[in-house]
Design a binder for this molecule. Structure first.
Ligand code: ATP
Length: 367
C-alpha cells in the first residue's frame, strides 16, 4: 500500500516504569497504523534519563536533543531515579530540561473521570470531572533551578520569573483551549501576596479582552485547591504558573484515578513532547504493575496534535477505547484496584481502538 505521510516520532522510554508504559504506546501506534489510510509512523528510540547519565555522564546528551529537534513529535515515558542525583542532592530532570531547551511553554494536562468509581470523591458520575490545566512550563518558580547551591550556605533563594512575553503566549494558548471547550477559563495565582503574581494577573486581564467569548475567574492557589475538590465539575480550563501547575496536576490526577490516569503534553511553537504526567515510579518498576492509560492517552494527544485527519481519527479511537475498556470493573490495573498487568491493559485498549477504527472504515477486523 502506498503511504503518503510519514510522521517521525522520537521515542524516549527513560527510567523506571517509563520503558514499560512506552512499550504499550509503541504497540498502540504500530497497531492503529494498520487501520489508517495514507499515514505511517517512523519511530526512533533514544536513550535519556538517569540510566543514560550512569552510562555517559549526561541524562540528556546533546546529540539526543538535536535528534529530537528533527522529529515531528516526541513521545516520552518517565525520567529520573531517586538513587541518581546531582552532587547537590537534586534529582535529574531531563524532562524539565527538554521543556526549557525546546521552549515548550504550554503544558496541557487534561483530567477526565472515565468511571465514577475511580474517583475518591462521593457522588460522582462518569464524565462529571472534565477539565484541563494549562501549566506554564519554562519559567515561574522553576526558574533558576539549575543555579549552584551550597548546602552549608546561610541562605538560599529560589526565583519566580514571570515575563510579559511568556505570560502573554501562555494566556493566549489557554484562551484558545477554552474556546475549543466550554469557554470558561480560571486563572490560578497568588496575586494577594506575591508581586510576580499580581503582575501575572494584570497580564491575564489584558489578554482576556482579546477573547470576550470566554468567561473568566481568578482564584488564589490555596482556594483553587479547595474548589477543585469541592466543585471539580465547575472547571473547564485552568491556567497557572509552573510550580502551582505542578502541584495542582497531582491533586487533579487524584480526583480521576491517580497518576496512571493523567496524560500530558508540553507544547511550544516548534516542538511538542507527549508524556504521562507521572514520574518513573521506581517502587513499582519491573513488576508489570504500571497503568499504561496515562501514556496511551498522551499518545492520543500526540495523534491529535499531528493534525492529520487520520491521526485525529486514531486519537478519537484510542480515547473511546479507554472509555469502553474501563466500563468493565474487571478491566483495572492494580492502582485502580484491579489485577490487569501493564501489557494486558495496553493490549485491551489497543485491540479495542483497532476494532473501532476498522468498524468505522466498514472493514472486518483483520481485513
Ligand atoms: P516525580 O518525582 O517525577 O513526580 P515519582 O516517581 O516520585 O515522580 P510518580 O511516579 O509521579 O512519583 O508517582 C507517585 C506514585 O504513584 C508512584 O510511586 C507509584 O506508586 C504511583 N504511580 C505513578 N504512576 C503510576 C502508573 N502509571 N501506574 C501505577 N501507579 C503509578
Amino acid at each position: 500500500m502506498s503511504r503518503e505521510k510519514v510522521f517521525r516520532i522520537a521515542v524516549l522510554p527513560g527510567d523506571g516504569i517509563g520503558p514499560e508504559v512506552i512499550a504499550e504506546a509503541v504497540r498502540a501506534l504500530r497497531t492503529v497504523e494498520q487501520q489508517l489510510e495514507g499515514v505511517s509512523f517512523e519511530l526512533q528510540e533514544f536513550s535519556v534519563g538517569a540510566g543514560t547519565f550512569l552510562e555517559c555522564g549526561n541524562p540528556l546528551p546533546p546529540e539526543t536533543l538535536e535528534a529530537c529537534r528533527q522529529q515531528d513529535a516526541i513521545l516520552l515515558g518517565a525520567m529520573g531515579l531517586p538513587s541518581v542525583r546531582w552532587p547537590n542532592g537534586l534529582e535529574m530532570a531531563p524532562q524539565v530540561d527538554l521543556r526549557e531547551q525546546l521552549d515548550l511553554y504550554c503544558g496541557l494536562r487534561p483530567y477526565y473521570l472515565y468511571q465514577a468509581d475511580l474517583s475518591p470523591l462521593k457522588g460522582m458520575e462518569d464524565g462529571r470531572i472534565d477539565f484541563l490545566i494549562v501549566r506554564e512550563s519554562t519559567e515561574g518558580l522553576f526558574s533558576g533551578r539549575l543555579r549552584p547551591m551550597e548546602l552549608t550556605a546561610s541562605e538560599v533563594r529560589d526565583q519566580m520569573v514571570i515575563s510579559r512575553s511568556g505570560s502573554e503566549r501562555l494566556f493566549r494558548s489557554a484562551f484558545r483551549q477554552a474556546m475549543g471547550r466550554r469557554r470558561r477559563l480560571t486563572l490560578v495565582d497568588k496575586a494577594n501576596i506575591l508581586p510576580s503574581m499580581a503582575y501575572f494577573r494584570g497580564i491575564f486581564q489584558e489578554i482576556s479582552r482579546e477573547f470576550p467569548e470566554v468567561e473568566t475567574e481568578a482564584l488564589y492557589v490555596d482556594a483553587a485547591s479547595l474548589h477543585l475538590i469541592e466543585r471539580p465539575a465547575d472547571f473547564d480550563v485552568l491556567v497557572t504558573e509552573n510550580m502551582f501547575g505542578d502541584i495542582l496536576s497531582d491533586l487533579a490526577a487524584g480526583l480521576v484515578g491517580g497518576m496512571g490516569m493523567a496524560p500530558s503534553a508540553d507544547i511550544g511553537d516548534d516542538f511538542a513532547v507527549f508524556q504521562p504526567a507521572h514520574g518513573s515510579a521506581p517502587d513499582i518498576a519491573g513488576r508489570e504493575l504500571a497503568n499504561p492509560l496515562a501514556t496511551l492517552l498522551s499518545t492520543a494527544m500526540m495523534l491529535d496534535w499531528l493534525g492529520h485527519p487520520e491521526t485525529r481519527r486514531a486519537a478519537g479511537a484510542v480515547r473511546k477505547a479507554v472509555t469502553e475498556v474501563l466500563v468493565a470493573p474487571r478491566n483495572r490495573t492494580a492502582d485502580l484496584g484491579g489485577r490487569l498487568k501493564t501489557a494486558e491493559m495496553g493490549s485491551l485498549v489497543t485491540e479495542t481502538a483497532a476494532r473501532l477504527l476498522s468498524r468505522e472504515a466498514g472493514n472486518q477486523p483483520g481485513d
